[in-house]
Structure formats: C-alpha cells, structure tokens
Ligand binder design. Structure first.
Ligand SMILES: [Zn+2]
Length: 88
C-alpha cells in the first residue's frame, strides 16, 4: 500500500480562487524582467518582452536564465569600464 505523507493541501488554491493570487517578487532577472511567486499556491509568473505578466513555464525559465546571464555579464563589463575611466 502506498502512503502519501506530503500530499498538497487544497486550502492555498481555494484561497487564491476566492481572493486572487498574492504575488511577491521571487527573482529579479533584469531591470525590466522579474519573476513572481504567489505566496499561497506558489504559482509563478514572469514579465515577458512586452512587459506583460505571463505564466512562468519551463521555457520562460530557460529564457530568463539566459537573460539573467547576459544582463549580469553586461553589468560586469560596464562596471569595469567605469572603473577604468575613473583611473584614466
Ligand atoms: Zn495563488
């Protein structure tokens, strides 16, 4: 017999159906793109290129990971530039 110890509770989803999702920023991908997670049911959203909120699918997670990488490396580069120009 199978015993499920950690079966998901239905209450958070019911709460969201009644009161709507309560999203908090879970990750800042770039200056414009952020990931949001619902405090109650853990549903995730992200900002797409048009600035609209969409469901965070595995595909968008991948895109965001790439965006984050590009954004961070660009930021690093501009930091170095600033450091160099302040020396010269
Ligand atoms: Zn929710």
């Amino acid at each position: 017999m199978k015993i499920t110890t950690n079966k998901p509770t239905l209450i958070p989803k019911m709460y969201c159906n009644l009161f709507g999702h309560d999203y908090v920023i879970s990750k800042k991908v770039t200056f414009h793109v952020k990931e949001y997670t619902c405090k109650h049911c853990k549903k995730q959203l992200t900002t797409n290129s048009n600035g609209n909120l969409i469901e965070l699918t595995p595909k968008f997670k991948e895109i965001n990971a790439i965006l984050e990488h590009v954004y961070n490396s660009r930021r690093e580069r501009s930091k170095k530039k600033i450091a160099l120009s302040s020396i010269c």
